[in-house]
Design a protein around this ligand. Structure first.
Ligand code: ZN
Length: 495
């Protein structure tokens, strides 16, 4: 018998609908065919995990497409049409497939589509016909009925901070390969709850969500028909219908069992909702006092409200002013997005400059004047080194380091991943030498700076990825929605 041919495609963008800046084609990195599998080989990505697992199982992996953009505002219609067209073309060119693994984020919205990922799943289904179609999603996906209806198996990351991207690709690849060979007949049950959890409250390494994750793992395994349980505490900056916590359960042919276990797990999360809160929310002034009193170095301040990996721009310079006001004498490393300021600094390396930075994208941010010496500048791509997306090649565009006293400001022309030590090192900065490291990150820093993470504080600041969910104006999300509204019933289903 010929080897089954299983296609692998990945189209990933996470939309923050509170960021008014759209995501365009130029924001994407797009790799096709063998270029995708060669470039991503060995990286901690779903694509790499799926391709290698399919080969290990004796099937032929057909690499189709890998496209990703950093989280940001809604994807433009033109960009989405081009991505969907590219996926369709690649599927057509691949010839008949026995199965397909589709890796998506699950929280992508366009100007007109609140659930753009479903449109991709349905388009892929039209092209491949009844062959087994498996979907893997980010833990922050907004699980929808359309997603579940258009595929045969669906799984998500099991970790937050995310460290299991490759193994998630392996899991969905195993289900698809088994289904292709007729070894299993997957059935997906899913449940929803009208519940939002702040990003900092959904970690799976400790606390309430780790308890539910452990329960889910205890119900999965070789001796049961439960093949996977995935929890989707949706990223909360997404104003769309059907918003809320999701749970998916894949069983071997037992749809009622899958549904009832999904409901049970959703209840387990719901009952713990009051414990899933943001820890140590602190004003910048208080945070600098904490840093002075702590022996942990670097002392991490998480500027979660303006976090590019949560879809914000990363251009709010407020922490530059706060560091100037409260961080004298401390070695502070921080960052800001400002393409124009980078250009000015690039031509002034070794010189002192005075310029306004930040607030070029977020209309609510206010620029800050900085003065200092441009220590160095550069451009080009580099590889991430942290436990999230290990090995993935990224770029922060052009960058410059401006030094004012003991404060080192990394200015970039594209959003940067400051939760990864490689970003700082790329700019000649060693985060290990910082007293205070300000990361624009909601949770990845926990995986990448494990010895600093327990003392880390979340800054109480406004922004598109604010931890204060009650400050966001939801118009399309179903109400009532916890924690925004009071609830009468103990365990509400999907609104
Ligand atoms: Zn995520």
């Amino acid at each position: 018998m010929a080897k089954p041919r299983i296609g692998v495609a990945s189209l990933v963008q996470e939309t923050n609908t509170f960021n008014p800046n759209p995501t365009r084609w130029d924001d994407y990195t797009v790799l096709a065919g063998g270029d995708a599998s060669d470039t991503l080989a060995g990286t901690n990505t779903e694509f790499a995990g799926a391709v290698s697992e399919i080969g290990r199982l004796g099937a032929e992996a057909v690499p189709l497409l890998a496209a990703w953009a950093l989280p940001s505002g809604r994807v433009t219609e033109r960009t989405f049409a081009r991505l969907a067209g590219l996926l369709d073309t690649r599927l057509k060119e691949a010839g008949p497939l026995d199965g397909l693994v589709l890796s998506l984020h699950g929280a992508m919205a366009t100007d007109s589509l609140s659930d753009a990922d479903s449109a991709l799943i349905e388009a892929a289904r039209r092209r491949i016909g009844p062959a087994p179609l498996g979907v893997c999603l980010d833990l922050h996906a907004n699980l929808t009925s359309r997603m579940v209806e258009s595929c045969d198996a669906l799984v998500g990351y099991h970790t937050e901070p995310h460290v299991d991207m490759a193994s998630t690709g392996e899991r969905i690849a195993r289900l698809v390969a088994k289904a292709v060979r007729g070894g299993i007949s997957p059935a997906i049950g899913f449940a929803k709850r009208s519940l939002l959890i702040p990003a900092e409250g959904m970690r799976t390494d400790l606390g309430p969500m780790s308890e539910v994750r452990a329960l889910a793992d205890s119900r999965t395994g070789s001796r049961s028909r439960v093949l996977d349980v995935s929890l989707f505490p949706v990223q909360p900056w997404l104003d769309v219908p059907e918003l809320g916590l999701g749970v998916s359960v894949v069983t071997d042919g037992d749809l009622p069992g899958a549904r009832s276990l999904a409901e049970e797990m959703a209840d387990e999360v719901w009952h713990r909702r009051e414990r899933m809160t943001t820890p140590r929310l602190m004003t910048p002034e208080k945070a600098f006092w904490e840093a002075r009193g702590s022996s942990t170095r670097p002392f991490l301040m998480a500027h979660t409200a303006d976090c590019p990996t949560a879809g914000a721009s990363g251009d709010d310079p407020v922490m530059i002013a706060e560091a100037a006001a409260h961080g004298a004498g401390l070695v502070v490393m921080h960052s800001v997005l400002d393409p124009e300021a980078v250009r000015r600094c690039a031509s002034a390396v070794g010189k002192r400059v005075r310029l306004e930075v930040g607030a070029g994208f977020n209309p609510a941010a206010v620029p800050v004047e900085v003065e200092g010496e441009v220590r160095r500048a550069g451009t080009g791509s580099y590889r991430l080194a942290g436990r999230s997306f290990t090995g993935r090649t990224v770029s922060m565009g052009e960058w410059a380091v401006l030094v004012s006293g003991s404060h080192h400001l990394l200015i970039t022309s594209r959003p940067s991943i400051t939760a990864d030590p490689a970003t700082w090192r790329r700019a000649g900065l060693d985060p290990g030498q910082a007293d205070v490291l300000v990361v624009r990150s909601c949770s990845d820093y926990r995986a990448n700076f494990p010895s600093s993470a327990p003392e880390a504080v979340t800054l109480d600041l406004p922004g598109p990825s604010t931890p204060r969910l009650e400050s966001l104006r939801f118009r399309r999300a179903p109400r009532p929605l916890y924690p925004l509204d009071p609830f009468a019933s103990a365990s509400p289903g999907a609104a």
